[in-house]
Design a protein around this ligand. Structure first.
Ligand code: ADP
Ligand code: MG
Length: 360
């Protein structure tokens, strides 16, 4: 009898244990296996793109749909804001007669306002109204002849914010020759909007990379944080990798896009103060929560150099490559250092208003 009781107790305990394990398994389900769904749309903003959504295997169709939406967003922003497309809103604005209001989409109005703020925040170093100067140097490159100082002065006088008024529905230009170029900000803006498409689909993580400028969020396909190569202006120099949980990384420089006039290379970035190409800084990489901010400041610091770090918004971090080889030096903000996997050689950390040297 006692033996039978004991066997019964053991059976009941075993059953209870099985039920407990079963309950535990259903209350803490194993994390679903994640996959990275990628898309590589071509011919957007004259460059290559990579869009990725990280989702549970079962949600692949939702990810594919989100990536299609993100691609459509990139194309929509380009169609509105590219000066290379005769039918874009910005081209219509640039060719409109003075004093006539040109209606603009909320996106273009928003970005023009952001650009106007950026002009003030960067002390005029970032200025989308300098299209006449950009055009002057572009055609100088095509002709292979340097512009005269009179040409530069004329283009400079047409490049200023007094010549455009932003209204509730669009913009009105004043005076002849006004022209805006959103090439230094529209890519960042498009990346931000496209990333929102991936985020709002419920993906666990994602990235939008347009020609090396990118923004990411959440879970990467491998590991805990996103690993981003820092674009180097010198093929023989490796600037290392960034490890970021989320946010944008944009790089500007005179190494990728330039014109050659009378044997000298000139940057596609113009210093609005002199009206001449900004050639002193080989490259600038900025990390910021939004790609619009990172895009603006990568271009602005290419004009301003390290002095511009004092103007950098609190949420942005920067790395500036100074000087040509072999005297290359690299300077970065203390916050940027925290993203760096392996700090490159000859790195200087910018401490408040004075740089202090740090062994590489
Ligand atoms: P990339 O296009 O390689 O990312 P940038 O983000 O620095 O490079 O943008 C450079 C583009 O920005 C130029 O091709 C031109 O259209 C525009 N641009 C050039 N100089 C300035 C400036 N000082 N302020 C605002 N936009 C500029
Ligand atoms: Mg850029």
């Amino acid at each position: 009898m006692r033996k039978r009781q004991l066997i019964g107790t053991i059976l009941i305990l075993a059953l209870a244990a099985l039920v407990a394990v079963g309950l535990w398994q259903t209350s803490t389900p194993r994390a679903p296996r994640l996959v990275a769904v990628a898309r590589h749309p071509e011919r957007i903003m004259g460059t290559t793109c990579t869009l990725v959504a990280v989702v549970p295997v079962s949600e692949r169709p939702r990810a594919t749909e989100a990536l299609h939406r993100a691609e459509a967003t990139l194309r929509r922003v380009e169609a509105l804001m590219s000066v290379w497309l005769a039918d874009s809103e910005i081209s219509h604005l640039n060719s409109a007669p003075a004093h006539r209001e040109v209606p603009l989409s909320p996106d273009t109005r928003h970005l023009l306002r952001a650009a106007q703020h950026a002009a003030a925040a960067t002390g005029g170093a970032f200025d989308v109204t300098i299209q006449p100067l950009i055009q002057l140097w572009r055609s100088a490159g095509e002709r292979g002849l340097l512009p005269t100082q009179a040409d530069i002065d004329r283009a400079r006088s047409a490049s200023n914010w007094d010549m455009i008024e932003l209204t509730d529905v669009g913009a009105v230009t004043h005076g002849e020759g006004f022209s805006a170029d959103l090439g230094g900000i529209a890519k960042g803006y498009a990346i931000d909007r496209a990333l929102e498409d991936i985020q709002s689909s419920g993906a666990a993580g994602g990235i939008v990379d347009v020609g090396g400028d990118l923004s990411c969020f959440g879970r990467p396909p491998i590991g805990e944080e996103w690993l981003v190569d820092i674009k180097s202006p010198f093929p023989e120099t490796d600037l290392g990798e960034l490890r970021i949980p989320s946010g944008a990384v944009c790089t500007s420089g005179n190494y990728a896009r330039f014109t050659t006039i009378e044997g000298t290379r000139y940057s596609h970035i113009i210093d609005p103060r002199s009206g001449r190409p900004a050639d002193a800084i080989p490259s600038v990489t900025v990390v910021a929560p939004e790609a619009t901010t990172a895009d603006i400041w990568a271009t602005a610091l290419s004009v301003l150099g390290p002095d511009g770090i004092l103007l950098l918004p609190r949420e942005a971090e920067a790395l500036i490559v100074l000087g040509p080889q072999p005297d290359r030096r690299t300077i970065c903000t203390p916050g940027f250092l925290e993203f760096l996997q392996d700090p490159p050689d000859a790195l200087t950390i910018w401490e408040n208003d004075h740089p202090s040297s740090q062994p590489g």
